[in-house]
Design a protein around this ligand. Structure first.
Ligand code: C5P
Length: 236
């Protein structure tokens, strides 16, 4: 049986103080703290160390996409900071992902290949040059990430079930684009509820605005978590 799915909060804040205050308020309600571009550029590596020291499993979501040597160096630096999960774009290619995989120490950080951003709808996916449908492109990129030795992929919940069926339980599927039914989708396009994402086999759900912009973020996280638990009971 698979491990119980986990909830990662996207700490999409523009400064260290807001991030640390919100992380502390969410510590008992979510499993993983995700630091993305906005926060990392503003608060830097010391914030990562602070979160690790506070007991967080840190997901550094910088979506690396560069030449293999540069990406490998970034993975080594992240490993030294104690990062647990890190993202890189599968579109960076096989050699880039293989170099990143080889740069891990004792398998850390675990590397997640971003397939197609959940903010892209089918028209924009075609516009950037992907041939075929969304599902086909995501399947091809997930396959490439698997072959290169990545620990999993980031995809929309819509593609999670197929990726799990093809690559098996141990290949992590991480899903952003999670929205409660009827909520604003903001700039996302390929969204689903937490319940549907879990039923599709997702291992980690990434949720930002539905938690951090809620009037009571801890309560919003608990609501999502109970939806996840209910769906997981039905899945297992
Ligand atoms: O606020 P929201 O729940 O839309 O935030 C989703 C988070 O997941 C953001 O931090 C975003 O950068 C990240 N993400 C994403 N799509 C991906 C990979 C990461 O939305 N494919």
């Amino acid at each position: 049986m698979s491990l119980a799915p986990r909830l990662a909060v996207a700490l999409d804040f523009g400064n260290r103080d807001d991030a640390v205050r919100n992380a502390a308020a969410l510590h008992d309600h979510v499993d993983v703290a995700k630091v993305g571009l906005e926060l990392f550029i503003s608060a830097g590596p010391s914030l990562i160390e602070e979160l690790v020291d506070a007991g967080w499993e840190v997901f550094l979501d910088l979506k690396l996409h560069d030449i293999p040597a540069t990406v490998a160096g970034a993975v080594r630096s992240a490993g030294r900071l104690g990062v647990e999960f890190m993202t890189l774009h599968t579109a960076g290619g096989r050699s880039m992902m293989e170099a990143a995989v080889a740069a891990r120490v004792n398998g850390t950080p675990r590397l997640l290949g971003v397939t197609l951003l959940t903010s892209l709808g089918s028209e924009q996916i075609r516009e950037v040059g992907y041939q075929g449908g969304t599902d086909e492109s995501v399947a091809r990129l997930a396959n490439l990430a698997h072959e290169a030795g990545c620990d999993g992929v980031v995809s929309s919940p819509h593609e999670a079930a197929t990726i799990k069926a093809v690559h098996g339980e141990d290949f992590l599927v991480v899903c952003p684009g999670i929205r409660p039914a009827g909520a604003s989708i903001d700039d996302q396009a390929r969204v689903a509820t937490a319940s549907d994402a879990i039923k599709a086999g997702a291992d980690i759900l990434v949720v930002g605005r539905p938690i951090i912009k809620a009037s009571d973020p801890a309560a919003a996280a608990e609501e999502i978590r109970s939806e996840m638990e209910h769906a997981y009971d039905q899945r297992s």
